[in-house]
Ligand binder design. Structure first.
Ligand code: G16
Length: 545
């Protein structure tokens, strides 16, 4: 097999964001664009030299093309063995599971997560390190630096590999195993949850579910776990065949995009009792009951309060973590349990050290992500199984479980308002303006709300003492209400301003308000303080979750 060295020109825009490098497919199709970035990964991840690599993606357009290229670059860069998912499929949690189980040097995941796919959609690439988690910023910064000056890459002159069936072959000296993408992950889930109990509840007819795979990667996982291993009800799965363009949909599990699922759960007498959806690469989750939505921040709090009831967590949990903009519902549970609750910047990578150092068992984010120490990624199917197991133990509905949680701990009304594709300079100026006036806001009043603190969040990792600053402007009010402003790190067009708003209410008589109505005064304050409408020239947010 001949190894070729190809001269290339560097690109200036290969800076990974919150979760890897995400761009339009057409950008990845520019000459040498993908090859450059992959070579930069190999230049920095020297552990891949003579090491084992896991490789797969969410099945979106360009997945298979990119896998063939990466295999050839891996062979030229002296990788010993690549484990690649059949048909190029591997969910993000499955990659994390495989890296840990087979102690590989790392993994490459091809996904733009919940962003739309297809030839005019998005594509992405991220590297996970040997602990199974997303590479830390030190690594992604080094890859970016390398990508700015790269002059050549090496690639094997070899035939494409057949990805359509499980087999083992070689590309030069490099071994390639095309593996079952589902089995190892499904086995891990069976170790964590009481499959027998869930299965018998399905068999009794007392539990029915609907899972929306949104034509993304979780279809095959859901089929094996919910249909084959748990014998869930007929029609438990919808949109379960992965498609390159996600069936033209937006694989983002929220009330706006999982419309078919929501309609089924709202269908009155015929509605299934439990509903859930996952995103493009299978790491996000949405949990709903009949005509009832569980906010992801509440879901994390409920999981924390109840984990000890499930087999995988029966020893109790040692600590929890949430990202800055995630509501503080879980903080109340941590207080009651007497365990530490860490507040990190947005991005799953910040949980890695806390998990590795056994400081936390569970972690989660407002952006429909939750997970535990079983892997080092957030995990959509895991969250669904957690809820199914909890329902089987408590024999209560999703709504009953959530309402009784609010009764005990109080309710955090919570919303996120997104202003998408705004001019990047306008967005930067808005944040800079908030930064400039942050200090002077403390002690001031906006209608009935008194600001007690306003700052730009900075995080010191308690394990390695690394400091990550400028992670979002937070305003804390005297009554425990909170507003956070930050710019998204995952968009591919202009800037996305995210405004996160929460209000804490203990009185159960006030737990039935409409969320937007309950937060209306704070939404008004957010606009006033940050001058959103005038600066962004927008009357309303593009997306409200
Ligand atoms: C990624 C990250 C998450 C983050 C989310 C939103 O999720 O892994 O940690 O919360 O993006 O980030 P941002 O607010 O910067 O857009 P995913 O599911 O897209 O990989």
């Amino acid at each position: 097999m001949k190894i070729e060295t190809i001269s290339t020109n560097s690109y200036a825009d290969q800076k990974p964001g919150t979760s890897g490098l995400r761009k339009k497919v057409s950008v990845f199709q520019k000459p040498h664009y993908l090859e450059n970035f992959v070579q930069s990964i190999f230049n920095i991840a020297t552990e891949l030299n003579n090491g084992v690599l896991v490789l797969g993606g969410d099945g979106r357009y360009y997945n298979q093309t990119a896998i063939q290229v990466i295999l050839k670059i891996a062979a030229a860069n002296n990788v010993k063995h690549v484990m690649v998912g059949q048909d190029g499929i591997l969910s993000t949690p499955a990659v994390s599971c495989l890296i840990r189980k087979y102690q590989t040097a790392g993994g490459i995941i091809l996904s733009a997560s919940h962003n739309p796919g297809g030839p005019t959609g998005d594509f992405g690439i991220k590297f996970n390190i040997a602990n199974g988690g997303p590479a830390p910023t030190t690594f992604t910064d080094a890859v970016y630096e390398d990508s700015k000056t790269i002059k050549q890459y090496t690639i094997a002159n070899a035939e494409d590999i057949d990805l359509s069936q499980q087999h083992t072959c070689h590309m030069g000296k490099m071994k390639i195993s095309v593996i079952d993408p589902v089995a190892d992950y499904a086995d891990l889930m069976e170790e964590l949850f009481d499959f027998k109990k869930i299965k018998s509840l399905f068999a009794s007819g007392l539990l029915t579910m609907c899972f929306d795979a949104m034509h993304a990667v979780t279809g095959p996982y859901a089929k094996e776990i919910f249909e084959n291993r748990l014998s869930a009800n007929v029609n438990a799965l919808i949109n379960s065949i992965p498609k390159e363009d996600f069936g033209g949909g937006h694989p983002d599990p929220n009330l706006a995009h999982a419309k078919e699922l929501v309609a089924r759960l709202n269908a009155g007498l015929n509605a299934p009792m439990f509903g859930a959806a996952s995103d493009g690469d299978g790491d996000r989750n949405m949990i709903i009951g009949q005509k009832f939505f569980v906010n992801p921040s509440d879901s994390l709090a409920i999981m924390t309060a109840n984990a000890h009831l499930l087999p995988g967590y029966k020893q109790g949990i040692c600590g929890v973590a949430r990202s800055l903009p995630t509501s503080r519902a879980v903080d109340k549970v941590a207080d009651a349990l007497g365990i530490e609750c860490y507040e990190t910047p947005t991005g799953w990578k910040y949980f890695g050290n806390l998990l590795d150092d056994n400081r936390i068992t569970l972690c989660g984010e407002e952006s429909f992500g939750s997970g535990s120490n079983h892997i080092r990624e957030k995990d959509g199917i895991w969250a669904v199984l957690f809820w199914l197991n909890l329902i089987a133990v408590k024999q209560h509905s999703v709504e009953e479980i959530t309402r009784s949680h609010w009764k005990q701990y109080g309710r955090h009304y919570y919303t996120r308002h997104d202003y998408e594709a705004i001019d990047s300079n306008v967005a930067d100026e808005l944040i800079q303006n908030m930064r400039n006036k942050a200090e002077s806001l403390a002690g001031t009043n906006y209608s009935d709300y008194e600001i007690v603190l306003c700052d730009d969040f900075s995080y010191t990792d308690p394990v390695d003492n690394s400091i990550t600053s400028q992670q979002g402007i937070r305003i804390l009010f005297k009554d425990e209400s909170r507003i956070v402003f930050r710019l998204s790190g995952t968009g591919t067009e202009g800037a996305t301003l995210r405004v996160y708003i929460e209000r804490y209410v203990t009185n159960p008589e006030q737990h039935n308000l409409d969320t937007q109505a309950a937060l209306a005064p704070l939404i008004q304050i957010a606009d006033e303080v940050a001058e959103i409408k005038t600066r962004c020239q927008r009357e309303t947010p593009d997306v409200i979750t």
